[in-house]
Write a protein that binds this ligand. Sequence first.
Ligand code: FMN
Length: 190
Amino acid sequence: MIIESILTTMDARGAVNFAPMGVEWAEDEIVIKPFLETTTFKNLEATGAAVVNLTDDVLLFAQGAISNVAFPAKPATVVRGVVLDAACSWREVRVAALDATPPRARIVSRVVHRGFQREFLGFNRARHAVLEAAILATRIHLLPPEQIRDELARLQVIVDKTAGPRERDAMALLTDYVRRAPRPEQSAAR
Ligand SMILES: Cc1cc2nc3c(=O)[nH]c(=O)nc-3n(C[C@H](O)[C@H](O)[C@H](O)COP(=O)(O)O)c2cc1C
């Protein structure tokens, strides 16, 4: 099963990177599959450690999908890395095996520490809708604009029915980003 996380990694000099990543979940082993051009991949290759943060705050997924952001965080317990203040719980992991076959690496990691900060509330449809919208926002260069527009409109209905303020803000951020993004033919012309 894939669980959507905010993965925090560090480079050799201690600069922290925050990125939404879907990871293959198991109790003692987590598989991370970053594309080779991501900072996440470079950091994992260089330092061999990460923190898999589980949070119900989808605004972080929205912001992380469309920009390079930093979130409030504190030092991890066992690995060299950080835990999000917004994490409900987290896993600290160390790389056990790394396969860098393009375009997407497959990195098997071992769980070396588990932490808990607060309850993860039950299912909320708007949160899931925002996750889908965040993924769409990372694919604007791959999908036809009409398909993105139609899917966002469908997801907006769910957000309007079931969201709280964080989910509404996250959805507004993503729809605004998609609306402003250059069309594929415009970016090709550059
Ligand atoms: C919910 C969600 C899941 C994602 N999962 C992955 C993933 O498994 N692998 C990946 O390379 N990018 C994934 N992305 C896209 C990355 O978050 C995005 O490319 C990010 O810019 C990479 O950041 P980095 O270069 O700072 O590591 C995902 C995005 C979202 C919104």
